[in-house]
Ligand binder design. Structure first.
Ligand code: NAD
Ligand code: DAU
Length: 354
């Protein structure tokens, strides 16, 4: 069985990926994570006794540590999920995003290149560096514009998107300059279990069950293309196994929704699952000041991955959203632990003056 070095595996998508990789015996996994506010080792509690899973706390900026891990575990692939991932936080503190997303990715590429150059010819051919990126690098679409394709020009609008765009360019450069066998995936908004509640869907679920206002930026007509996290993880694995080196693959949910629609759907699910007499959760909806530079619409054209690798999103939005709401209702200890750390300070910083 191959060994994969996963970075950022204690976060939302990385943890879902690792759990699936171990469940389906895709690979032995070494997880390098700095354990920032967005991480949660409880996400991976099920692997405590799994000898094919190893966790190391550390920073992708630490070239020596990454080099040591590569030498020790001799992975067949690196998958880079590690990032500062939240647009609103990138508006308050862009520097963290440059440090991890740009410089951290560069350090990881450098360590991987030195490791890769020492492998046998056959191992070099088989090695992969898969970088997880975002549709936000392509900028914002008008209502009728065609969805983002792999060759859509980059046009990032937030510090987060600019930092991810920069990291994508470094990955590309390492393939073209050094021949490092890289792959990049650009995906749309993920949702599902274990997402940190600074992102729209978990924030709305938790605010609603705590009878807090449900903040909608601007007019609520911004559009995102929602992708169930397990569908995303399956796509990542396919790209890793069968993707053409040096290429990028767009991954989307074929599921464009306005923010207002998403929030109303969550409210309808909660009205069904935990009803309160003479009350709808939608009465908590509150329109607040818009996000600066708020991208209006994202949509992914995933024809390439569908045609080349046979991948299609499997989850239907209504059932995926219901499963997600149910997961937060069924995991009060997880929720409590997340909410009791620095989360309250974040809510104050982001929402107090809106
Ligand atoms: P997340 O914020 O939930 O998790 C990020 C993880 O990276 C955390 O565990 C954190 O501790 C770790 N990390 C941060 N800085 C690190 C560093 N310097 N060294 C090591 N670990 C570090 O993010 P996510 O939502 O799981 O996103 C994973 C990746 O997917 C990111 O690269 C993100 O840009 C990309 N992405 C996310 C979405 C989405 O909707 N969530 C969509 C498109 C792309
Ligand atoms: O498109 C992929 C990107 O999706 C990823 O690259 C990012 O890592 C991820 O954070 C996400 O970015 P968004 O900015 O789209 O996600 P967020 O959940 O923060 O917001 C989704 C939409 O909801 C966006 O239009 C802003 C809006 N929003 C968000 C919050 C937190 C609100 O209206 N109210 C809120 O309180």
């Amino acid at each position: 069985m191959p060994t994969i070095l996963v970075t950022g595996g204690a976060g939302f998508i990385g943890a879902n990926f690792i759990l699936l990789a171990r469940k389906l015996n895709w690979a032995n996994v070494v997880n390098l994570d700095k354990l920032t506010y967005a991480s949660n080792l409880n996400n991976l509690a099920a692997l405590r006794t799994d000898n094919s899973y190893h966790f190391i706390q550390g920073d992708i900026n630490n070239f020596e540590l990454v080099s040591y891990i590569l030498e020790k575990y001799q992975p067949d692939a690196v998958i880079n999920f590690a990032a500062e991932s939240h647009v609103d936080r990138s508006i308050f503190s862009p520097q963290d995003f440059i440090q991890t997303n740009v410089i951290g990715t560069f350090q990881l590429l450098e360590a991987s290149r030195f490791y890769w150059q020492k492998l046998s010819e056959q191992q070099q051919k088989e090695f992969r560096f898969l970088h997880i990126s975002t549709d936000e690098v392509y900028g914002s679409l008008t209502p009728t514009a065609p969805a983002f394709k792999e060759n859509t020009p980059y046009s990032p609008n937030s510090p987060y998107a600019a930092s991810k765009a920069s990291s994508d360019h470094f990955v590309r450069a390492y393939y073209h300059t050094y021949g490092l066998p890289t792959l990049t995936t650009n995906c749309s908004n993920n949702y599902g279990p274990m997402q940190f509640p600074e992102k729209l869907i978990p924030l709305i679920i938790l605010n609603a069950i705590n009878s807090q206002p449900l903040p909608i930026y601007g007019d609520g007509q911004n559009i995102r293309d929602w992708l169930y996290v397990i569908d995303h993880c399956q796509a990542i694995y396919l790209v890793l196994k069968q993707g053409k080196i040096g290429d990028t693959y767009n991954i989307g949910g074929l599921n464009e929704q306005t923010n207002l629609t998403v929030v109303k759907k969550i409210c309808a699910i909660l009205d069904e699952l935990i009803p309160i007499a003479d009350f709808s959760y939608s009465s908590l909806i509150t329109f607040v000041k818009d996000r600066p530079g708020h991208d209006r619409r994202y949509a992914i054209d995933c024809q390439k991955i569908s045609e080349e690798l046979g991948w299609f999103p499997q989850e239907n939005f209504d059932s995926g959203l219901t499963k997600t709401v149910q997961w937060y209702l069924n995991n009060p200890a997880w929720v409590e632990q997340v909410r009791s750390r620095n989360y309250q300070a974040w809510l104050q910083q982001n929402y107090e003056n809106r």
